[in-house]
Design a protein around this ligand. Structure first.
Ligand code: EPU
Length: 336
């Protein structure tokens, strides 16, 4: 079914809870309905909207927002080692992780409790605790809006990188993700190397799927604000990837600075949260917005903020980090 809302209030459809409206919002249950939606109900600019967890609206959306609501989870094949599953774009990401854990399938557990919907996961290649969505994505099924055709891209064709994919570049504004095909393992493959994960899992009695999921949920709950209570969009900034020389200079001055290998061996990934924290901004507030007191990567709406206020704080954070460390930090969140 297609549901059309004109002049829609989207306050509850963006995790920052900023009060904005959209010229038109269209929900659809079945991917085939996209043909009718684009033939008859979408004029001019449009954008796909998942859970609204990675977007900051700084103004009303003078466009059509298209929200996939297809909620199917279907096993498409199974052999001795793995299970392949097709999941609709409208399914909550964390419901899918729970489904995997209930079915004793490995691969998604480290990505527990990430807010958002399945359709958004490939766009920024969501990641946490040493794993990324790309590790379990086999194909992404899309609707090409110009051609009005359905297509499917392999993981290679999606060109995944750290918080990156083809959907942010060549295919931006040209496709809608309708479902994602995942491949999950039957055999245990715990990945506990990141931070406190191993310790938390051990405390719960060892590395089974349920303990890993519970450990990750518990770590996230202590560090990250609950979007249902406090408006935020998770990490507002990406961790910067810098030349090795630049990292070495900083390490000479700050030997405790966290740093990680980057995909490109000549470069090093730094922790934006640490840089913001060390720049003195953790817990900083200004009007209705602030830097989260337990995780400096996250900007929060402390109540009644508009998008402009969040953006002004983001720019201040970027400026301060640049003045202090000479490093540019980019936003992870899409700004409209
Ligand atoms: N740190 C600080 N102060 C802070 C925050 C972090 O000193 O306020 C230090 C930490 O002590 C640690 C390092 O910075 O040494 C890295 O911090 P953390 O382990 O919390 O992870 P992160 O790099 O800040 C990334 C993801 C998160 C994900 C975590 C866990 C990005 C932009 N963020 O954060 O993803 O949950 O790793 O894997 O890559 C998200 O994308 O919305 C998100 C929350």
């Amino acid at each position: 079914m297609i549901r059309i809302f004109d002049n829609a209030d989207i306050t509850s459809r963006n995790s920052f809870h900023v009060c904005q409206r959209a010229k038109r919002l269209i929900e659809f249950d079945s991917p085939e309905e996209l043909i009718e939606i684009f033939d008859h109900h979408t004029k001019g600019e449009w954008m796909a909207l998942g859970g609204g967890n990675n977007i900051l609206f700084t103004r009303d959306a003078d466009m059509t927002l298209i929200a996939p609501c297809n909620l199917t989870t279907e096993i498409t094949s199974e052999d001795e080692q793995c299970v392949r599953v097709r999941v609709g774009a409208g399914v909550e990401w964390d419901d899918f992780v729970e489904w995997c854990v209930e079915h004793e399938l490995w691969g998604a557990e480290n990505l527990s409790l990430i807010p958002g919907k399945i359709g958004a996961a490939p766009v920024q290649n969501i990641g946490a605790y040493g794993r990324e969505a790309k590790d379990i994505i086999e194909r992404v099924n899309i609707f090409r809006t110009d051609e009005r055709t359905f297509d499917s891209l392999s993981a290679i064709e999606c060109d995944f990188g750290y918080r990156e994919s083809i959907f942010k570049h060549a295919l931006k504004g040209r496709v809608i993700i309708v479902s994602v095909d995942f491949v999950l393992q039957k055999q245990a493959a715990p990945d506990l190397h990141y931070g406190d994960v191993a310790k938390e899992v051990e405390r719960r009695g060892g590395a089974n799927l349920r303990n890993i999921r519970d450990a990750i949920c518990s770590i996230r709950r202590t560090k990250l604000p609950d979007t249902a209570v406090t408006g935020n969009a998770g990490s507002f900034f990406k961790n910067p990837i810098v030349e090795r020389e630049c990292a070495e200079q900083l390490l000479a001055e700050y030997p405790d600075m966290p740093h990680y290998p980057a995909a490109d061996s000549k470069r090093v990934k730094l922790a934006a949260g640490w840089l913001i924290d060390r720049a003195g901004l953790k817990g900083y507030t200004e009007g209705h917005v602030g830097v989260h007191p337990r995780q400096a990567l996250v900007l929060i709406n402390t109540g009644g903020a508009n998008g402009g206020e969040v953006l002004a704080l983001a720019r201040k954070v970027q400026r301060t980090v640049h003045e202090r460390f000479g490093i540019e930090i980019d936003t992870e969140v899409n700004i409209l």
